[in-house]
Design a protein around this ligand. Structure first.
Ligand code: UGA
Length: 437
């Protein structure tokens, strides 16, 4: 298949690289010239395990190429995936301007049948807008003849840090279509993955994406709320999560209590879902509460620090983990940003280390943070160590060495990666989230 992928962010680049790896010819397009130039050389600005190697392999084998021209790419392809960003506006609504511009550009360059697929996360009814836009702006190459096209929705469920694995081994593939032809093309395209395919209408597919992310975020806020009750009652959230998660109807995943969710998806998608629901006449207060609980988790972490070290001004707080989750360098909406900013405002000195996200953090976090070379460097002279991302390399540290380096042997474990009993035995003043010590 000849495929165009418009937008080379996380989703577009992973989608393009994986389709190429499956043997398709993929044309990746982006309007960022600098990015395209470096992609042509196999240079990738995001950290995603396996992606660089996959892109380089497919460049070498001539299955993937990069350009800034929608025109030439669209003309050569039958399937066009739209993977441009849909950021939040100030009121939470999804900003669909890039999507509209791309749709117009596709329309102007349609030269034969095209299947136009929205992969970006979009509010329900966006497919109708894309269709209307393509209809209005496709002049049929200047001739009067009508060129046929189809619209489809094919939401992605990739997680950063395991995006390639998720693409190649998905739980399900959702395709929202209006025609048999579109269904056939997409089913064939995904056939090599051998995964269950849910074929539905476009609006249902669009809602599946928003509802999936909202449900996952709900699970996290739910377990965080339960963790507060555990803490007050003297119960242990890990035991409780295990006890409820073994019920297949509930499921074990996404029941880790901690500093809360971040990233480029959950916060944005919750707000966009609330917004479109309201536009359709439904007040989604339930999701507002999910968001509120998530914000509150940052207060929970700061309160824990206060309880352990009394006053903040003049104290040195060591932060382990800046990215919004492990295995990514992405710090968008990471709990670390708010927590660090608030600690600095209250007069703390911050030392920090993250295995991958230091460079991106430097551009976003306040000045004056001491960036360290590893966890021990952070611990040296700190009054308190705070874990904000559960990177594997933080799980097995030399705790004796750590204890000697800290000014006070205190740890706030915002991701519950340590065993409270062990930490106590080793002489740390330790607190997790909802853990029984
Ligand atoms: C999320 C979804 O999991 C993907 O299915 C979806 O495709 C993607 O958004 C998207 O819409 O593009 P991602 O943002 O990469 O993927 O991250 P997750 O692995 O879902 O984690 C989100 C946040 O929840 C992280 O900050 C993580 O630390 C937190 N989390 C996760 C918890 O606090 N507890 C948990 O039990 C699980």
């Amino acid at each position: 298949m000849n495929i165009t992928v418009i937008g080379t962010g996380y989703v577009g680049l992973v989608t393009g690289a994986c389709f190429a790896d499956l043997g398709n010819r993929v044309y990746c397009v982006d309007n960022n010239r600098k990015k395209i130039e470096s992609l042509k050389k196999g240079k990738i600005t995001i950290y995603e395990p396996g992606l660089k190697e996959m892109v380089r392999r497919n460049i070498r084998d001539g299955r993937i190429s990069f350009s800034t021209s929608i025109k030439t790419s669209v003309k050569k392809s039958e399937i066009i995936f739209i993977c441009v960003g849909t950021p939040s506006k100030e009121n939470g609504e999804a900003d669909l301007l890039a999507l509209e511009n791309v749709s117009r550009e596709i329309a102007k360059n349609i030269n034969s049948y095209k299947l136009i697929v929205e992969k970006s996360t979009v509010p329900v009814e966006t497919g109708e807008w894309v269709k209307k836009t393509i209809k209005t702006f496709s002049a049929g190459g200047g001739k009067k003849r009508k060129i046929r096209f189809d619209i489809a929705s094919n939401p992605e469920f990739l997680r950063e840090g395991s995006a390639i694995e998720d693409f190649m081994h998905p739980d399900r593939i959702v395709i929202g279509v209006e025609s048999r032809k579109a269904k056939k093309i997409l089913s064939n395209l995904y056939k090599p993955l051998n995964a269950p395919i849910v074929v539905t209408d476009i609006k249902s597919a669009e809602i599946i994406k928003h509802a999936s992310n909202s449900f996952l975020a709900t699970k996290i806020s739910f377990i965080n709320a339960i963790s507060s009750i555990c803490e007050k009652a003297g119960a242990d959230i890990k035991e409780v999560a295990k006890g409820i998660g073994l019920d297949k109807r509930i499921g074990k995943g996404f029941l880790n209590a901690g500093a809360g969710f971040g990233g480029s998806c959950f916060p944005k998608d919750l707000s966009a879902f609330i917004h479109i629901a309201e536009k359709l006449g439904y007040k989604f207060d339930f999701l507002e509460e999910v968001k509120r609980i998530n914000e509150e988790q940052k207060d929970v972490i700061i309160d824990k620090i206060l309880k352990l070290i009394w006053n903040i001004p003049g104290k040195t707080i060591g932060i382990l983990g800046l990215s919004f989750k492990p295995n990514t360098d992405d710090i968008r909406n990471a709990p670390s940003i708010d927590i660090i900013n608030r600690l600095i405002t209250q007069g703390a000195r911050i030392k920090a280390y993250d295995p991958k996200a230091m460079e991106k953090s430097r551009g976003v976090l306040q000045k004056g943070i001491t960036y360290c070379k590893d966890a021990y460097d952070v611990a040296r002279g700190s009054d308190c160590l705070v874990i904000l991302t559960g990177w594997n390399e933080f799980k097995e540290l030399d705790f004796r060495r750590l204890k000697k380096l800290l000014k006070q042997p205190t740890i706030v474990d915002g991701r519950n990666i340590y065993d409270p009993k062990m930490m106590k035995k080793m002489g740390f003043v330790y607190t997790g989230v909802g853990r029984k010590v």
